[in-house]
Design a protein around this ligand. Structure first.
Ligand code: MD6
Ligand code: FE
Length: 207
């Protein structure tokens, strides 16, 4: 495992999970997706469909709807509460987040075909003092990150299966996105593609 610091507040652990751990996590995700299926979110206002499919685990799920972004406790299609986060993800958060409270949302992004994610900030959380931790599984992806304004310089690096990225502090509100996914670069996920699991604290813990 190699720990890199591509910029202030950004930490990247290369292959933080070995292949066996990745395989186990994919199996856990697939089992939970049977309860909380992937669905295609819609952009605020326009209602245009995302190219990625999403679901969530944990007490709160992140939702994008024509009315805007929000956190909610239930799946928009099934109406059921989101399944609990796999213990391996809670353990990962505890190992890398450097934050004393549990995450509340695990957003699951599935990239197949030409799916990508435009530059955005993660800023729908009250607990901005908590970092965001993300894990990549499956195909390689070109990740782009800049500063806290939409304009200005950016850098990009490849995220590979098993890589863990944390951003917090000065990078907590950095703009970031996925330029492209390299189809066929990994055999981890049955049916191919890339899964990204993003862990976040949403509410500010009671003092
Ligand atoms: C992705 N990731 O890797 C999209 N957000 O597919 C994110 O949007 C992200 O990787 C906040 C923190 C880390 C991330
Ligand atoms: Fe994000």
């Amino acid at each position: 495992m190699v720990r890199l610091e591509p910029g202030p507040g950004i930490v990247l652990w290369r292959e933080r999970l070995d292949r066996a751990a990745q395989t186990a996590l994919v199996a856990a995700v697939r089992a939970l997706v049977a309860e909380a299926p992937f669905y295609r979110p819609q952009m605020p206002k326009s209602g245009a469909p995302f190219s990625v499919e999403e679901t969530n685990f944990g007490p709160l799920g992140w939702l994008s709807e024509p009315g805007g972004y929000r956190y909610g406790a239930t799946h928009p299609v099934t109406g059921k509460p989101w399944p609990a986060m796999p213990p391996a993800l809670l353990a990962l958060w505890q190992a890398v987040a450097d934050y004393p409270h549990e995450p509340e949302c695990c957003l699951v992004n599935l990239y197949r075909g030409e799916a990508r994610m435009g530059l955005h900030q993660d800023r729908d959380e009250e607990a901005l003092e908590a970092p965001v931790v993300s894990l990549s599984l499956g195909d390689n992806a070109r990740f782009r990150i800049g500063g806290t304004t939409r304009k200005g310089p950016t850098q990009s690096f490849l995220l590979q299966s098993g890589d863990v990225l944390r951003f917090g502090g000065p990078a907590r509100l950095a703009f970031h996105g996925i330029d492209k996914v390299v189809a066929g670069s990994s055999t981890l996920i049955p049916g191919g593609g890339r899964i990204n699991l993003t862990l976040r604290r949403v509410t500010r813990p009671a003092a």
